[in-house]
Design a protein around this ligand. Sequence first.
Ligand SMILES: NC(=O)C1=CN([C@@H]2O[C@H](COP(=O)(O)OP(=O)(O)OC[C@H]3O[C@@H](n4cnc5c(N)ncnc54)[C@H](OP(=O)(O)O)[C@@H]3O)[C@@H](O)[C@H]2O)[C@H](O)CC1
Ligand SMILES: [K+]
Length: 491
Amino acid sequence: MYIATSKQLKRYDRALLDYGYSIEELVDKASDCLIKHFHHYRKVMIVCGPGNNGADGISLGIKLFKEGKEVLLCYSGLPEKLSQANNYYVQQVDNLGIETLFLDEESLDEFQRRMNDYDVVVDALFGFGLNSDLRGIVKYVVDAINNTMENDVISIDIPTGLNPDTGNPYNSCICALQTITLTAYKLAFLNPDSSLYTGKISLELLDAKSFHEEMLFSQPIDYKWAKYHLKERVYDGHKGTYGKIIHVTGCYHYRGAALLASKAALYTGSGLVTVCSNEKVIDALSLYCPEATSMVRNTYLDEKVFHDKDALLLGSGLGLNEENEQLMCRLLKNIKIPTVIDGDALTILSKHLELLENHEGPWILTPHHGEFKRFVNFSNISEMIDQANVFAKKYHIILVLKGPHTFISDGYETYRIDSGNRGMSSAGMGDTLAGIISSFLGQGYLPKEAALLGTYLHGLCGDEVYKENYTVIASKVIEKIPMMMKKLKED
Ligand SMILES: NC(=O)C1=CN([C@@H]2O[C@H](COP(=O)(O)OP(=O)(O)OC[C@H]3O[C@@H](n4cnc5c(N)ncnc54)[C@H](OP(=O)(O)O)[C@@H]3O)[C@@H](O)[C@H]2O)[C@H](O)CC1
Ligand SMILES: [K+]
């Protein structure tokens, strides 16, 4: 299964056309996928918009009519605004003599009345092309469909009125019993609130050339994936087997960040975690996490301390000041071990893009959407995902873009994490995640695996806490790490 944004889906259609398919052919292939979902209906009303979603509906109507079903096609788009494929299929409808109803203010009553005569109403008004609130007659049509109790409602591709990227409704939105979605899961469907509108989702793949990977559609990272990728601990292992890592984190004001990150790393199984931080942090560390070792941080920190380490975490709760900026720049420039760059180190890095251009060691960056905006500009989710892929590829890094169903990209393949929940939007959660990823990195996982597994595990532990709690705090997430790792491996 793949997950795609509206921009990616538009590019996908473009790629199919460039490959040589005509749009009429693609719509025909779409309706071929749809028709099997309608065998048990006798009387079908299809409500069609002006674009290719509407064309899918008309093409479906023609096939159902030819099978002997009673079909009524309702058009909402003005003839001069119809897409090429829509025009093509409208002509066929005229030739076949299928009954049609043009939707406007005068016919709205008739539309509402006649809806009750049909077993199913098919929503083919708008697909992934809808980009703002529903206007004019369409809004009334959507409200009327939602008010009918008599028949099933099935949406083609996406319920009309649902934002295809956020999963939030525009000013009105079809509430369907079923959504038959084409080619890929829409990013919208990851938002659990969207299920009110989509009903049951069935994915159908067109019988056409596939461009899922070229378009960088995302693959979900789920329990099965994590179970398979989490390595067994070996019989004769010792602390050296599980990596020595160093965290340059925390400051007087953000002591918790360093504590959470180091505890998360130890609980994830690291052999040795050294925290390089402020004296106050180190005092607290001996109580909060006595298993960690420590060293006091100063601007002249000797780089030799990094040479025998397997991974490095920079920045969680570091604090922004001249000294830290100098230190971060020096370390980012000279240290070549696998590194997780988080929090304030990201802010510093965004001011020194030359460091990104010239880095040698494997880097994992863990910005949230706001932090990522310091590197690139975007105005919506679809653009953000495109920018994230370009960024990861350009700078040869693994990008962990934190948010709902965290997005991870290396610029060549992209992923969505199928764990985590809304209870987890709280302080310290990012520090915990950075600590977990740094641990896997130090244990010898490849950088992309460490990012995927770490982010999945973090969400899984959060889900475990959320089962019995309305809110989720980072300390509770950390407590669950060892148990959930055991569960993952032994379930
Ligand atoms: N590979 C596939 O999966 C295929 C999917 N197909 C189907 O095609 C649609 C997408 O078709 P598209 O024509 O791109 O988009 P829509 O049908 O959703 O509608 C686009 C038109 O709607 C206009 N628009 C956009 N927002 C509004 C609004 N708020 N109010 C009124 N009109 C709006 C838009 O105008 P613009 O000026 O904004 O461009 C378009 O005219 C997909 O969902 C599948 O169902 C095909 O079968 C091909 C293969
Ligand atoms: K639709």
